[in-house]
Design a protein around this ligand. Structure first.
Ligand SMILES: [Fe+2]
Ligand SMILES: [Fe+2]
Length: 160
């Protein structure tokens, strides 16, 4: 069994993901749900393999599954969700087999997943940033004109 199985079975994780679903029930686009987390993981793996990042699959999947887990906290009190997600993820990861070095690598990537400055770094941080954007089909989104993402962040070209 993969180590990230412990994440998707973690009660705290499930509670946050279900909570986000409630907040986004009326949202038309850009959901932060399991489909998005898996899109990030899988597009991340495609980049990882085709661009030789050599990041272990279970490290990348942990970061992808957890990167938006604090989105409900942002809806509740305005805390930027990369910060809330890193805090919640630290707790969740303690109940898994990821070691201290791996946990800090994953948490660092989560905390910087909205930071443009790291987008081209050839490490887990850069990979998570890019996969998070590349997996969104902005080019086909009805709500694209109203979306708050800056134009250069939107994915208007189909690559993966
Ligand atoms: Fe995010
Ligand atoms: Fe995301």
């Amino acid at each position: 069994m993969e180590r990230y199985q412990a994440i998707i079975e973690n009660k705290e994780y499930i509670t946050h993901v279900r909570n986000i679903e409630k907040y986004e029930a009326d949202r038309e686009f850009g959901h932060h749900d399991m489909s998005h987390f898996l899109d990030v993981a899988r597009v991340g793996m495609l980049l990882n393999l085709t661009e030789d990042y050599n990041i272990p699959k279970d490290i990348l999947y942990a970061a992808a599954l957890l990167h938006d887990v604090g989105r409900d906290v942002q809806y509740e009190d305005g805390t930027p969700h990369e910060i809330a997600s890193a805090e919640i993820s630290e707790h969740i990861l303690m109940s898994t087999d990821y070691n201290e070095d791996e946990r800090s690598m994953i948490l660092e990537a989560i905390a910087s997943h909205r930071n443009d400055d790291i987008r081209d770094e050839r490490n887990l941080k850069g990979l998570l940033y890019r996969a998070d954007k590349l997996c969104r089909p902005c080019f086909f989104c009805k709500a694209e004109p109203e979306c708050y993402w800056k134009r250069d962040k939107k994915n208007m070209e189909l690559i993966w």
